[in-house]
Design a protein. Structure first.
Lengths: 175, 273
């Protein structure tokens, strides 16, 4: 039980769940925010001011998610492991010490790092898709809403595709 | 390339602040308006008029390089404004300022930071000078006390004035206004007109306004260009007061003559907001 929980959380669920939650929360917010900036001519204003919208709009958001996603994913993984701990100790009769040692044994460096690596990729996908959808939005209120929706749908889809690719890669390289 | 011929043509008089020559505007391959042709004297207040859908805003976007012209050319101060030369285009844009319809203030920054942004990007002034200049520009538009406020905390009229302060940040030689009276009540709109006139007088800035607000046109415009949606052509360039009665085009006379009725309607002083 402990290795199952820790491996599932660190290799798969932590990054994936964080990715899906942030797609819904942050990706859509990016799209909506940038879409409304566009409707308010703010993107045009940047352009006439000689500021690249990429530097001003996309880059900070990309950096934010690429840096924070691994931390959030890590936190999510630990929360999962803690949940497993409570469950195992209170209902399955494992001693706390057994759970901790088994968890520690199951997590070698590779397993420990797969989650954060995935998180970085997922974070970049969420940020880029959110920004792209926002910039492509039309000037009306409804098109801003549509941009937010499709940012979420596309980000989640691409996260699942990327996760599948990771699974294939890890199968190939046997880790 | 075309620079020298430009200057030769303009040589007898002074170099026009803005010259538009047989310009066709539109999106992609779809032309909205063709044969636009006018020159602006320095220090002039010039209005771009036309009904809805006539391409006024498209013309403005073309003039400030947001969309490329389909045909013809635009030059500022005798220098060709050319999309194929982004660096030269950007250098010319730095000598212009644009007030967008909603002010286009960046909502994550307070007003002082908004005005300071162009200075931060295009000058090497130190922090203290930049902030002092930003406050000075805000005082020019009577927002000296509002530097710490955010765009979401101020009224539409204040947003436009703050946008104007930002447009003034680099001491532009030409100012563009996109529908400055849109969304403003008559009194606020009149105040903004007065601010525009004051800046034009005191700084000698050339002003180009896209508008269909007749009160503003007759209060400010020295000359206008009239874009006609039906014929997709420019019908007139000239003094709106003369054109109102003397234009050979009924569309232009009608458009401008409604000014008589409209200004009469707006004459009684509105209740202070």
């Amino acid at each position: 039980m402990p290795p199952l929980v820790s491996l599932a959380m660190f290799r798969e669920m932590g990054a994936l769940m964080t990715g899906i939650i942030l797609s819904g929360r942050t990706g859509s917010a990016f799209a909506a925010r940038i879409g409304s900036m566009k409707a308010n001519d703010e993107l045009n204003a940047l352009q006439t001011m000689g500021v690249s919208p990429f530097d001003f709009i996309v880059l900070p958001r990309l950096l934010a998610l690429v840096l924070l996603m691994p931390l959030l994913g890590f936190l999510a993984s630990w929360a999962g492991v803690m949940g497993g701990f409570l469950m195992s100790v209170s209902f399955l009769g494992l001693t706390p010490a057994t759970y901790v040692t088994q968890t520690a044994q199951s997590l070698d460096l590779a397993n420990f790092l797969i989650g954060p690596v995935k998180s970085v990729v997922f974070g970049a996908l969420i940020a880029l898709i959110g920004c792209q959808q926002g910039m492509a939005a039309g000037a009306s209120a409804s098109s801003v809403g549509r941009a937010a929706t499709s940012a979420v749908v596309q980000a989640i889809t691409w996260i699942i595709v990327a996760d599948a690719l990771f699974a294939i890669l890890m199968n190939l390289y046997g880790s | 390339m075309n620079g020298p011929t430009e200057q030769e043509k303009a040589a007898p008089e002074e170099t026009p602040a803005l010259a538009v020559e047989s310009l066709t505007i539109g999106y992609g391959s779809k032309a909205i308006m063709a044969g636009i042709d006018f020159r602006l004297r320095r220090g002039e207040i010039f209005f771009i008029l036309g009904g809805s859908g006539s391409g006024k805003s498209t013309l403005l976007k073309t003039l400030i390089g947001l969309i490329p012209p389909l045909k013809g050319k635009v030059s500022f101060f005798g220098q060709l404004f050319d999309g194929d030369d982004p660096r030269g285009q950007q250098a010319l844009l730095q000598r212009t300022g644009v007030l967008y319809q909603g002010g286009a203030l960046f909502s994550s920054m307070n007003l002082r930071e908004n005005v300071a942004l162009p200075l931060r990007i295009h000058t090497r002034l130190d922090e203290k000078t930049i902030l002092a200049l930003a406050d000075y520009k805000l005082r020019l538009v009577e927002l000296g006390m509002a530097g710490d406020r955010f765009p979401s905390e101020i009224s539409g009229g204040m947003m436009k004035r703050a946008g104007l302060a930002r447009a003034l940040a680099l001491d532009p030689e030409i100012l563009f206004f996109d529908e400055p009276s849109a969304g403003l009540d008559p009194v606020t709109s009149h105040q903004l007109d007065e601010t525009i006139r004051r800046l034009n007088h005191s700084l000698g800035t050339t002003v180009v306004v896209v508008s269909h607000e007749l009160a503003s046109i007759f209060a400010l415009a020295e000359r206008i260009v009239f874009l006609d949606a039906a014929s997709r052509q420019q019908l007139e360039v000239g003094d709106p007061r003369t054109l109102r009665t003397d234009s050979p085009h009924a569309t232009v006379r009608e458009f401008l003559a409604r000014g008589g009725d409209d200004s009469a309607k707006q004459e009684p002083p509105a209740v202070p907001a």
